[in-house]
Design a binder for this molecule. Sequence first.
Ligand code: SF4
Length: 371
Amino acid sequence: MSTWSSLADEALAGSVISRDAARAVLHAPADELLSLLDAAFRVRRHHWGRRVSLHVLENAKLGACPEDCGFCSQSSKHAAAGPTGEAGTGPARHASPSGEAPIKSADELVDAARRAFATRAKRYCMVTATRGPSQRDLDVICEAATRIKAEMDIELCASLGLLTEAKAQRLAASGVDRFNHNLETSERHYEKIVSTHSWRDRVETVRIAQRAGMDTCCGGIVGLGESEEDLLDLAYALRDLDVDSVPVNFLDARPGTPLEGYPLVEPGFALRSLCMFRLVHPRTDLRVAGGREITLRALQAFALYPANSIFTHGYLTTGGATAHADHQMIRDAGFELELASGEAVPADPEAMTKLASRQVPGRSPSLPIAH
Ligand code: SF4
């Protein structure tokens, strides 16, 4: 029995694999990549079968964020990177009282949820580029949440920055099932990337969301110049936080940000990282998130062996695969889709092609990863 298979047995038995073992996963030789993926897949299959859930992000409020996260092109601190010039296009926007970028209307957010539902997404996530939601933002998000939950069977997520207890309770009462707030990296490395809030602030928001009764989605970004120890710290910190979902992003460095010019993560390391996260988080909804397409390229389907969910139809500040391409990949690799109802259905690329020809593109201009 291989070392990797023994680790899968440990994870399946409910033990936490050791930090030394997790580090060894990151160093697995190329000749052992398939046996490592097989071990991660045994754990994934036990908890998630061959089901893949599609998640769709919607930029509810684009750019002009007062925070200074070094990887993010939505920060107003990175003057050359901002996507804010695009926020004023399209239908009228509601200016927030803070004078930050305007938020989309509830009608637009509900329309975007309909499009996500039509692509057979399990989850739809409304995202704002802010330190935290203003009352106006919260009004719009909560109205949209209530209407979406009344109209369609889709899991609803929000990613709105830092929360207070009252704001979290309001979101939960409006039907938001899950709140996203990433730790991004280790506490040690975080202060080299962000100065306007702390890693501890982020941990506190995750705990506030949990206390309000929402599931939590909390992950990070590989490729921020972190060490392997930082990546391991992140994986175990997320386990200690007992989050329900872990999105693993790979940096696609944005022009004009302090991280401009940072190299893409090597695809073999990206897959080993996903296997490490799966073995440390056996039951978690593990998502291969932003940077999937550009980092993994021809190896994207291999990510489905450790991960059980993907974003489709692009990210917040970069484009991504179309729903057609993702349905095709899932079907070609012999996986199936999981809907919000819990039902498993075949992926259907042909239906996605027809859908794309009918839909008027309603997404924000493609501008990776916020919060
Ligand atoms: S990651 Fe979120 S909080 Fe940080 S600058 Fe971007 S939008 Fe603002």
